[in-house]
Design a protein around this ligand. Structure first.
Ligand code: FES
Length: 106
């Protein structure tokens, strides 16, 4: 069953930014993105290699890996630029007042 995990306050992030979050009780690093006032959460580890996507760039809803330039859609996790082909795991986001949570399931 998914667990609701607090990530940050909405106002703490600007639009068009991303950050790595490592919540207590979660054994992988997550990537939190804010695009046009909406939040998205995926695994932070690129599915092509051992590198954090939050070290790369975000343009709109596309995150670019810093290592080989592969890319993913942060809304769906779909790999949209080679060499990435395996999708990223995504997590449902819940915003309550100013608090941003994700529903984490392993
Ligand atoms: S490690 Fe991310 S594209 Fe290769």
């Amino acid at each position: 069953m998914a667990e609701k995990i607090f990530l940050c306050r909405s106002a703490d992030m600007s639009n068009g930014t991303m950050r790595q979050v490592c919540p207590r009780g979660v054994d992988v690093e997550l990537a939190l993105y804010k695009v046009d006032g909406k939040f998205y959460v995926t695994d932070d580890l690129c599915t092509h290699g051992m590198v954090a996507l939050t070290g790369g760039d975000i343009e709109g809803t596309t995150v670019y890996c810093p290592l080989h330039g592969g890319a993913f859609d942060v809304c769906t996790g779909k790999a949209i630029e080679k060499p990435c082909t395996t999708p990223l795991k995504t997590y449902e986001v819940v915003v309550e007042s100013d608090d941003v949570y994700c529903l984490y399931d392993e």
